[in-house]
Each structure stands twice: as C-alpha cells, then as structure tokens.
Design a protein. Structure first.
Length: 372
C-alpha cells in the first residue's frame, strides 16, 4: 500500500512516477501515458487498474491513461500482486492496482467548515502541475472538489526507423545512420511529445449515522498530446536537414522516408467516471454502482504530407467506450470466523471508426462517411 504521506515524500508528478519504487513494478521512461507500466512482467490489458473500485482499463485495448488521476486526491494505492482473474476478471492476470481517493470527512462542528489547498510543481522540459482543492461540510454532509492541470513539452523519445530496399532509386540525400538488431536504420525522431491534461473531481458523502453512509465520486479527465520539433538524419547536398528522399547505403541498397514518418500523431481523450456507494459498517454491508464514459478517444495522422509543416489531409481513428458495473458485499462474523459473500456485474461497450480529414489536426474537418 502506498499512502498519501508516502506520495508526498516521493514528489511524484504522475501515477506512473508514484509506482516506480514498488517491488515487482517496472515503469519505462516513456512519454506515452498509456504504456510503460509492467507488473510481474505483464503490462497493458493484463493489469487491472481501478479508481475507487471503478474500472479504468479501456474496452478498446485494455490500456490505462495514467495521467488521468490527480495525485493530490489520492488517499492510498493498493497493489495486489499475482494472478487474480478468478476474483477480479480478465484484466487481473498480473495483479490489481486500486486507487482509493480521500474521503470527505464530516466535521464535529455544527457550523459548516471549509478549507482550501493550492498545489504547484515545476520540472524540466517546461513541465508544470497546478492544482486547487476545496473541502468542507458539517456533521452529516461533507464534500471535496478539485481541479488539476498538467502540461509538459515532453522529451525526444520515439525513433523513426526505415527498412533498406534493394530497388533502383536516384538518391537525393545522404546521412549516417545507426542500424538496429532487426536490420532497420534509425533515421530520426518525431521530436518531443507535448502533453496537456486536465482533471476535475468531486467527492460527496452523506452520513446517516456513525455506521451508515452514502458516497458519490465523479472524475472528469481530459488529455491531449502531439509531437513537435522532429529530428531527421537525412541531409541534402548543402548539408541541410531534409525529411524525405532515398539515401544510398554503403552496401548498395537504399533507405527512404517521407514527411509523414516524422509528424507523429495528434491525440485526444475525454473521460467521465461516476461511482455511487453505500456502506453499513455495523452490518458489514457494501453496495455500489459505477459508470465510465470515455466519449472521446483516438488520434489523427497526416496522409500524403509534402513537407514537415503539413496541415493538409489525414486520417482519424476513434474508439470511444463505456463501462457499467455493480457490486454487493456482505460480511458475517461467526464466532472466530468470518463469512464473506459478494456479487459483481460488469458490461463493456466500444465502437471503432475511421474518418478522412481535410486537415489532419482538425477533427471537425471530416469530409466523408466513417468506415468501421
């Protein structure tokens, strides 16, 4: 278990950062927020990730947006290592990571109490984290609302590679390239991956008495990414960088590329998570219903770019998803023994479509019917 106090000591910028020191977990130094976390050698769809018991894995590929969780609202992170699919479902091959948020606590005062907190962090590569929280309540009703924004210009990390070709071409560029073990050559990079995420959360709690309570949690997560300042190892006759053209290799073969290869992707994601939970500690009863709507999720890429400043045609892929779930749990104490019974139901829905765009970074410039 990683507590809120431990998170403060680690000065973590994101949930991925918070997991780096945990045994059995490997976090790769990548700018991609949906990949790079491995548990016991497994990654992606094989790790079940939950937010207050609500599934975060997408129905499209099982990935998790690790930047969608505001760290300042986390009470603890529970990590269960080892196979748990029989208990938690198909994603729990490697284990379970459950993020539990801070509960709004009722005040002992009869008058409502309100408190505020402001967070600010700065890092390299123009990385910023800004956050604001307000908490309050009285003896029965308590709340916590907050907003967090993270931005970063990222760092260069995605190499552009090319295969050699034995065909006949007229070279118009030259260069020196490193060859990989699979035979491909590194010819440049998409540049740095710029990230921009915004999270808004609301936690409400109503205490009927000291044993019974009803709580509601809402999280809105918005995420955008793009690449900038691409790098090429191709050079023209004057030694200037170029982003296209065949290059003659010393072995007589060629490698080639086009501006499309260096432009990367432009992606967006919008997600709403709802969780309603009732708890009766005296009678050992819990019940909850949850709903997650990833109503925008996808990316676009350039098509037929003639230069690195291309703003023309492209393609967009989208895969919005929804998740519905419900659970019940009852505990009985029988002398020195405890009997626990529960019920869980979940349903996933996902739709995949592709669009043709007049301008590859403008998702509203669709000019043809989507195809699936």
């Amino acid at each position: 278990v990683i507590t809120a106090k431990e998170l403060e000591k680690r000065h973590a910028f994101s949930l991925r950062d918070a997991l780096t020191r945990e045994a059995g977990i490997y976090v790769a130094p990548t700018a991609d927020v949906k990949d790079g976390v491995m548990l016991r050698g497994f990654s992606g769809a094989d790790i079940l990730v939950m937010y207050n018991g609500q599934l975060l894995n997408t129905a499209f590929d099982g990935g998790v947006n690790w930047d969608s969780i505001p760290l300042t609202n986390i009470d603890r992170i529970e990590i269960v290592r080892g196979a748990g699919s029989s208990l938690y479902g198909g994603h729990a091959v490697a284990g379970v990571i459950n993020i539990i948020t801070k509960k709004p606590t009722a005040s002992e005062e009869t008058k409502p109490q309100i408190h505020g907190q402001v967070d600010l962090q700065r890092g390299s590569n123009n990385t910023w984290q800004r956050g604001l929280q307000v908490t309050g309540g009285d003896k029965n009703i308590s709340f916590r609302v907050g907003y967090e924004k993270r931005t970063s210009d990222g760092w260069v990390g995605h190499a552009v590679t090319a295969e050699e070709d034995s065909g006949s071409y007229t070279p118009n560029a030259s260069g020196s390239f490193r060859r990989l073990s699979d035979g491909d050559y590194i010819i440049g990079s998409r540049g740095a991956k710029k990230k921009d995420s915004e999270n808004t959360f609301v936690d409400l709690n109503y205490a009927f008495d000291k044993n019974r309570s009803l709580g509601y949690t809402y999280l809105h997560a918005s995420y955008q990414y793009s690449y900038h300042d691409p790098i090429t190892y191709f050079r023209d006759a004057a030694g200037r960088p170029v982003f296209s053209g065949p290059v003659l290799l010393p072995n007589g073969n060629y490698i080639s590329a086009s501006p499309d290869d260096f432009l990367g992707y432009y992606g967006q994601r919008e997600q709403d998570i709802h969780k309603l939970r009732y708890e009766d500690t005296k009678n050992g009863f819990k019940a909850g219903i949850g709903y997650s709507n990833t109503w925008k999720d996808g990316y676009s890429s350039a098509d037929g770019a003639t230069d690195i400043d291309w703003t023309g045609a492209g393609d967009r892929a989208e895969y919005p998803a929804k998740n519905y779930n419900a659970d019940l749990q009852k505990k009985w104490t029988l002398g020195n023994n405890t009997l626990l019974a529960g019920f869980s139901w979940m349903k996933d829905k996902m739709r995949y479509r592709k669009f043709e765009l007049l301008h590859w970074k403008d998702w509203g410039s669709t000019y043809a019917a989507p195809y699936q």
